[in-house]
Design a protein around this ligand. Structure first.
Ligand code: TXA
Ligand code: MG
Length: 354
């Protein structure tokens, strides 16, 4: 299969290109498109064969359901069996945006789309290309991140090509994504609501609307946590694994810089090729031959935006070990730490306070 790449303006996509992509979706094809978080790989959510081919293209395990994307807020009523008042409230406040709601599924959704679960994950993305595509396709769009299973999520069309060229029909290239980490997945079938995956909508913003929200124990765990499969299907799979070993170094900024320099020295003496993934401030104190900057430590939005691209960049330089700097567990830092700790396989080094 040849993968066609069409460049589109992220704010005013050419309607003819969008129509071509929408037609592919209606015919059961696979189309990658930008959202505000990461690139998604779309298939018609109501077409079981199209959804199955989505799993095949990504080599994704058949027990991890994709998120179903909608083009209008109201569509939640057709796809969910019940829409509790908190869901209405959240939709009003956060859609379109990086928040996915888990609700009881409507019988109209094929069971392959939810991997046999009684629940469905729904979201309306905040990106003109995604919205135009979903609306034109006149169907809800199942879209996991457009990477091979286990790889960092794509924040540029080039990342999609690296993983999926020849495996999908088309990519709408709308440039780099804004948020950089995936949406927050919030389970509204439990009381109080629970964040299953921290993401682009910070926990603090959800607390403001809901009062109490819990964070799933595995979300920022420091070690592997047993998970109940039925509620958190994606959690048991290893995510965001770069092609190198990854260690997360956590602690006060000055202690982290010192610890990273020490570890890098040790690893190099063992003959290992080391790459450093750190904020600008830390890189100044811990110079490295192979490094990728996460931007300023004071700007966790920037850290989130750069994270996956920086991981891919270090891999491309052929490093064997990546030393990654831990960031504070607040705002988007929660999502960043979730991705880093999982990518490390929970190899966390605590830098001792000076
Ligand atoms: O930002 C995003 O969410 C991106 C863009 C493309 O929208 N999409 C994305 O999809 O990250 P994916 O499939 O890579 O991640 C979906 C997450 C997984 O952790 C999956 O386990 C969870 O949502 N999920 C899907 N259906 C669920 C359900 N019924 N109950 C609980 N979790 C569910
Ligand atoms: Mg994914």
């Amino acid at each position: 299969m040849k993968t066609l790449v069409l460049r589109v303006d992220p704010e005013h996509p050419d309607p003819e290109k969008v129509e071509l992509a929408a037609r592919k979706l209606r015919e059961g094809g696979l189309v990658a498109f930008p959202t505000e978080t990461v690139y998604g790989l779309g298939a018609d959510a109501l077409n079981p064969r199209a959804v199955l081919s989505l799993f095949e293209a990504k080599r994704r395990p058949l027990d991890n359901p994709p998120i179903v994307h909608v083009g209008e807020r109201e569509e939640i009523h057709a796809l969910a069996k019940e829409v509790p008042p908190e869901a209405e409230e959240l939709v009003k406040r956060f859609w379109p945006g990086p928040l996915t709601l888990v609700l009881k599924k409507s019988p109209s959704v094929p069971s392959v789309t939810t991997c046999g679960l009684e629940t469905i994950a729904l979201r309306m993305p905040r990106h003109e290309v995604a919205l135009a595509l979903i609306r034109r396709s006149r169907t809800p769009v199942a879209a996991p991140s457009a990477n091979l299973a286990g790889r960092p999520s794509p924040t540029r069309a080039e990342h999609v090509l690296q993983d999926l060229e020849g495996r999908i029909d088309l990519i709408l290239d709308g440039g780099p994504t804004q948020v950089g980490v995936e949406s927050t997945v919030l389970d509204l079938t439990v009381d109080p609501p629970q964040i299953l995956r921290p993401g682009g909508t910070p926990p603090e913003a959800l607390e403001e609307v809901l009062g109490r929200v819990t964070l799933h124990p595995s979300a920022v765990a420091e070690r592997e946590v047993e998970v109940e499969k039925a509620r958190s299907p994606g959690m048991k799979h290893r995510h965001y694994a770069p092609n190198a070993e990854l260690l997360v170094v956590e602690g006060e900024p000055s202690a982290v810089a010192e610890k990273m320099a020490e570890l890098a020295g040790e690893l190099r003496r063992q003959g290992k090729r080391v790459g450093i993934l750190a904020t600008q401030e830390t890189l100044l104190r811990c110079p490295a031959e192979v490094a990728s900057s996460l931007g300023s430590r004071d700007n966790l939005e920037e850290v989130a935006r750069r994270l996956f691209g920086a991981l891919r960049e270090l891999e491309a330089k052929g490093v064997e070990v990546i030393l990654a700097e831990g960031v504070p567990l607040r705002g988007l830092g929660v999502a960043v730490m979730n991705r880093l700790r999982k990518a490390s396989g929970y190899r966390i080094v605590k830098a001792p306070a000076p």
